[in-house]
Design a protein around this ligand. Sequence first.
Ligand code: ADP
Ligand code: MG
Length: 231
Amino acid sequence: MSEAGPAPTAPILALEDVRKVYRRGAVEVEALRGVSLSVARGEFAAVTGASGSGKSTLLAILGCLDRPTSGAYRLEGRDVAALDDDARTEVRGTRIGFVFQSFHLVPQLTVLENIAVPLFYRGMRRAAREAAAREAAEKVGIGARLDHRPAQLSGGEQQRAAIARALVVRPALLLADEPTGNLDSKNGDAVLGILCDLHRGGATIVLVTHDPRCAARAGREIRMEDGRVAA
Ligand code: ADP
Ligand code: MG
């Protein structure tokens, strides 16, 4: 079953023969062995596969957290594999939103302040930061919890706050690595429902998941097998 969203248009990203080799001392691990794929604007794709198949490595490259050992990566038409660290940091901070399995919220900050963190690093003024953070919070249904600290929230609410923080920069691409992995099934379903809503609203999402329900609700499955995309 796939969720209907706006019709996908031009590719937002394309990988061509991407390889990633990790070196640990004398040991080399080939985590990606020639991955070529493209994702259209407005697509919701689930990356699945066994543990160790390269899912997180793929997501790190898509998110400009890491760079390919060889091969090409174009994001919004730009060759991002070739960029230096500063330029990749800029792309990461402005074009990409991340959601992780553990929420990575700052315990001392309120929900509102946590959501606004990425804007702080952009030098945006406080009133504008808070307005944008409120808007992102409303989108994920966490608008009534803005003055709470993360520890006062359920896991599902914390993950919503983390999604709002990812959205606050209005990224072109939303990446999520096992976002329901630390949640019970009810909260996991709620978080998945939010991702589906965002997709219907036009967001481009790439989601790594072990959860067959997640994969079923995305419009597309990219199955990794031993560092390659399975046919
Ligand atoms: P998955 O997310 O599908 O479980 P990963 O992308 O994390 O897979 O890992 C793919 C392969 O690369 C595995 O064999 C893993 O042990 C290895 N690997 C991942 N990250 C590193 C690293 N930083 N250093 C060395 N090997 C790594
Ligand atoms: Mg992983």
